[in-house]
Design a protein. Structure first.
Length: 351
């Protein structure tokens, strides 16, 4: 069961809205009435989670935290093993709750094993836990490789957009360098810039406008290869600020799996994993974006794609899962060998 962030609706009582996903996985969204206040929201989520756990048939519990904020309504519960998956430096994001840092310190003390979403984050947190491991973004290669298919269907809202196309997909927030996009689009009015994703924590009125900038909004994950396959270059215009200091963008290998050459601003984990080896062109300003994109569009892609496929073969989600699974099992066995003098092994975690 995955518990997501709460949503607020005009309901009389809190409820956990559960949706089945992919076989045994279920996603629960707490639906809360307006006006409960912070303490009331926490109490309502606590009750919903307690009720959900009471209805489960299994007695084994693996608590997997993606945000320390979930401790507010789960710290009273026991688990067989606790995992903290630190995907971002959440405290650096705009609007981060003031108690986030204290809660992260608490989850570091409770967790049996900690994962970070990239090497930069690992370097920043490695001294805070005895069993911490870096896992940069993996890739669902088969899904994104559909972008290379000859029979790919062009989405209707992109079909009329000309070429060359530079594209971006993801959340548009304080991590996105809107000024860089504005400058590149102005420098190359004959290039088209396709932007896919929700706009969050940025006033839409501040977004650059122009005949060659196309804000298409959010799209389903399943649709992304159809869009990406119609682009000429993947564009990752990340701002250089506190919110991007530790990021390891998943879209980097996703662009590459789609067969798309990529230009990116100098994000540390992108440079380390892809830039230093020549898989991604690192750019610092509008002029270098234009120069690198022109070179990428002119190159012979066959040798490039051969190198890309060799690189991505080392980084599938299946391989990452196996490595993570072993570490979680080891953490579980370590906890229970201390308390019960027994090694439970892999089968214990198949719940």
């Amino acid at each position: 069961m995955v518990i997501e962030e709460p949503v607020f609706e005009d309901v009389a009582e809190p409820e956990l809205r559960v949706t089945p996903r992919d076989g045994r996985v279920k996603v629960g969204v707490p639906v809360l009435p307006h006006g409960l206040g912070h303490a009331g929201d926490v109490l309502a989520q606590r009750k919903l989670v307690d009720q959900m756990l009471a209805g489960l048939k299994t007695s084994k519990r693996v608590f997997w935290y993606y945000t320390p904020m979930a401790l507010l309504f789960t710290r009273h519960l026991d688990a067989d093993v606790i995992v903290f998956d630190s995907m971002d430096e959440l405290s650096a994001f705009k609007g981060a709750p003031p108690e986030l840092l204290a809660l992260e310190e608490e989850i570091m003390g409770r967790a049996d094993v900690v994962f970070t979403g990239g090497h930069s984050l690992y370097e920043a947190k490695k001294h805070r836990h005895h069993d911490i491991h870096a896992f940069p973004s993996s890739i669902e290669t088969k899904h994104f490789a559909r972008a290379r298919a000859a029979d790919r269907k062009e989405p209707e809202d992109q079909a009329a957009i000309g070429h060359p196309r530079l594209g971006f997909f993801g959340v548009v927030d304080e991590r996105f360098d809107i000024d860089l996009l504005r400058e590149v689009a102005a420098a190359k009015p004959d290039w088209q810039f396709v932007m896919i994703g929700p706009v969050v924590k940025i006033d839409p009125a501040d977004l650059p406008k122009g005949d060659n900038i196309h804000w298409l909004g959010g799209r389903d994950y399943k649709q992304l290869p159809d869009y990406i396959g119609g682009w000429d270059v993947g564009f990752m215009p990340f701002a250089l600020n506190e919110s991007t200091r530790f990021i390891s963008p998943t879209k980097t290998p996703e662009f590459l799996a789609a067969g798309l050459p990529v230009v990116s601003t100098p994000i540390h984990d992108v440079i380390r994993s892809y830039g230093d080896e020549g898989y991604v062109e690192i750019v610092k300003d509008a002029a270098s974006v234009v120069k690198s994109a022109e070179e990428l569009m002119a190159m012979d892609r066959a040798p490039f794609l051969e190198r890309v496929d060799q690189k991505l073969a080392e980084n599938s989600w299946d391989q990452t899962f196996e490595r993570i699974y072993e570490l979680v099992v080891r953490a579980h066995d370590r906890r229970h060998s201390r308390s019960e003098g027994a090694n439970f092994g892999k089968e214990t975690l198949r719940v």
